[in-house]
Design a protein around this ligand. Sequence first.
Ligand SMILES: *[C@@H]1O[C@H](CO)[C@@H](O)[C@H](O)[C@H]1NC(C)=O
Ligand SMILES: *[C@@H]1O[C@H](CO)[C@@H](O)[C@H](O)[C@H]1NC(C)=O
Ligand SMILES: *[C@@H]1O[C@H](CO)[C@@H](O)[C@H](O)[C@H]1NC(C)=O
Ligand SMILES: CC(=O)N[C@H]1CO[C@H](CO)[C@@H](O)[C@@H]1O
Length: 248
Amino acid sequence: MKLPQVLFPIAALLGQINAAPQSRNQKPPYFILTGDSTVAVNGGWGDGFLRYVKEPAAGINAGKSGATTVSFRANGKWDAVLEGIEEHLEEYRPIVTIQFGHNDQKVMTLDEYQSNLTSLITEVKTAGGTPIIITSLTRRTFSGGAVVQNLEDWRQAAIAAAEENSIKFLDLNIASTDYINAIGSENATYYNLSAGDKTHLNVAGETVFGRMVADLLLRKRPDLRHYIIPNRNLSAKIWAGEFATGDE
Ligand SMILES: *[C@@H]1O[C@H](CO)[C@@H](O)[C@H](O)[C@H]1NC(C)=O
Ligand SMILES: *[C@@H]1O[C@H](CO)[C@@H](O)[C@H](O)[C@H]1NC(C)=O
Ligand SMILES: *[C@@H]1O[C@H](CO)[C@@H](O)[C@H](O)[C@H]1NC(C)=O
Ligand SMILES: CC(=O)N[C@H]1CO[C@H](CO)[C@@H](O)[C@@H]1O
């Protein structure tokens, strides 16, 4: 039986040739952005981030105004996220970003929050997705010339949840706090969704903080750079702490 012996190495070689580009050219990411209003359409950074996502990558903003780690599950949004992972597994690598805290801090303890995040992380992994924790976008309220850091404990609990589950996190809370401190309270009002609203973002804020998230992501996942459209002028301003209008 000489033929199989000859064919086998050829088949193995062909398999390797087929496998090699597959591992180098992995499937594109499919981003599913979960969280509260500071992520959601019309008020959050989610759509700003998605505008930087380049084909063949894609994504969806699943943020929900008012959501906590409990309500997002209770109202069925979480099941839809898990289904979204399954639906996109064949063509993409689903990546689920998880950013809660603004509303959780009103209704539960830090321990409950952290353990709820662990549940979400575990379920994304089980479904075949890659979870990434994002610490809460800062509010833009000032006191004594500096941003009021009223999400710091929630930031730490979110990071602890990421670390205990050995997953990546993007520290948007610190990056956005530093940036708002650098540009000052007057400039920061430019991002108000409506007069006096120092939490939610208008389109300018969506663009600037969507870019910030994209840059934070690329620091932790440089392998995704082919799927994220650069905006060097905006990135330069953000990381230099210079006021950006989103028109850069
Ligand atoms: C944002 O709100 C502040 C008051 O909190 C107000 O002075 C400012 O005009 C608002 N800016 C915009 C662009 O709505
Ligand atoms: C970036 O900034 C440079 C100089 O400030 C300017 O010439 C260029 O047109 C800007 N690029 C974009 C895409 O706006
Ligand atoms: C707003 O930002 C600009 C550009 O970074 C800066 O020159 C200016 O001082 C800022 N305004 C205030 C009130 O801080
Ligand atoms: C999975 C889950 O939702 N776990 C807990 C989240 O936190 C609340 C407290 O607000 C608990 O009641 C849930 O069991």
